[in-house]
Design a protein around this ligand. Structure first.
Ligand SMILES: Nc1ncnc2c1ncn2[C@@H]1O[C@H](COP(=O)(O)OP(=O)(O)O)[C@@H](O)[C@H]1O
Ligand SMILES: [Mg+2]
Length: 119
């Protein structure tokens, strides 16, 4: 969590977005793929960054709740249009115009994933 957080909040900070984390060091162990969890967190942070402008804030929190290990990513950005809420879990749903050229956050993310695969 910490590695991903530090790596990917850099670009948010450069845009004047405030970032805050509140990571519980005393979480239970969880079963799962470290790489996949990192990818999920990365997507959340990138989504938050895209929705935020200068002065907004991204907050990542991990905590235990009734025996569950919880990860929470919040942002004060523009929010999600009510018409889009139901579509969020549909694969490939996006409100973005995808650029054919990779931009820096994607190159950065891809590099990290490649490093993970070969490390
Ligand atoms: N934090 C957020 N704030 C506002 N809208 C969001 C946020 N996270 C996701 N969304 C909306 O959900 C859509 C789907 O997100 P996602 O599945 O990550 O695909 P992508 O990031 O490639 O668009 C985004 O295009 C955006 O419209
Ligand atoms: Mg996304």
């Amino acid at each position: 969590m910490k590695e991903t957080w530090e790596l990917y909040t850099c670009s948010a900070v450069k845009k004047g977005i405030r970032v805050e984390n509140n990571l519980d060091d005393d979480l239970h162990e969880i079963m799962g793929s470290r790489k996949q969890i990192k990818q999920v967190l990365l997507n959340f942070i990138q989504n938050a960054e895209k929705a935020c402008s200068q002065g907004d804030k991204i907050i990542v929190k991990t905590y235990m709740n009734s025996g569950w290990v919880c990860l929470e990513v919040r942002d004060t950005g523009k929010g999600i249009h009510p018409d889009h809420v139901d579509k969020l879990f549909s694969p490939f749903f996006t409100t973005e115009q995808k650029e054919p050229v990779l931009d820096w956050p994607y190159v950065n993310a891809l590099s990290q994933i490649i490093m993970d695969v070969f490390s």
